[in-house]
Design a protein around this ligand. Sequence first.
Ligand code: PHB
Length: 357
Amino acid sequence: MTDLFSPVKLGSIAMSNRMVMAPLTRNRSNMEGVPQPINVTYYEQRASAGLIITEATPISAMGHGYPLLPGIYTDAQVAGWKKITDAVHAKGGKIVIQLWHVGRISHPSLLNGAQPVAPSGIKPAGKAFTYTGLVDYVEPRALDATELPGIVADYVHATKCALAAGFDGVEIHSANGYLLDQFLRDGTNKRTDSYGGSIENRARLLMEVTKAVVAVAGSDKVGVRLSPVNPFNDMKDSNPQALFNDVTEQLNQFNLAYLHVVEGGIHGGGVADPFDFDAMRKLCKSPYMANLSYDKARGNAAIASGHADAVAYGVPFIANPDLVERFRQDAPLNEADSKSFYGGTEKGYIDYPFLNA
Ligand code: PHB
């Protein structure tokens, strides 16, 4: 019987099990976006996951939206990440990096004074997390169409950096209200040029980015993450089913390693709309990675039914570096402490106990 513990290949990524560590922002790099020794320990501890997807990682200086994020665009960052990929590979694990541009979810104080950019000049509700605490978001600057090739080039540069750092692949972050998702959904994209209006136009930047990244990395090393009904970051769309069914079908042209889908609202935010994930899944010709609030039983059921080829677990991997072994044994799980999710020290990061520790 195929279950969470069965091997699988997503594109060229051969996984020893189907439990994926989901991307998790932890804010523990340095001011230059260079991964630190504690980051090496954190990922190495979790190498028994079938696949690790790193925390979302800015592709450029303008891609940052929170303090102490790692980046993947300078030589020092590549050298820092290389220590992480080496440590994970030495333990027999696989690791891909999630490529991120936050768009409007940022603040000038995180961007050397620059105004955040977005498809349209619409300020998000809520507050930005900055080095001096929570502050109101500012109205972003609508990107000129002539600037978009530069953003595609930043994704290409980051992909080359990721390959140089030894990653098994890259995941394009097109979810959760960040730049590519801001283009997809019509609550944030009010453009009147060829990047706004119709679904085809709103999906254009994601398709251009995916095409360019696939050309550098190879389609068997590229995944894409979507979040059709996640309202986080003040997101909405007038017809998510039509939009994301279409995006799924368009992405089929790339033979991606996988499509990764956040099947709900993160941070307990509920869902923006009803949505038929099975219908979207049936349109997808790539391996399908399901995420959000899965436990062992639901994960196994999703694989047995053919809904998912792999299942990504977030918070459980924060608190349980050996989550795979714990699921295998039906052992009790450590509880995650949400106070140490974002920033801080070793505490709540690399000190969660292993079984029989
Ligand atoms: C977060 O920091 O809350 C966060 C970051 C990236 C995501 C989602 C949430 O994709």
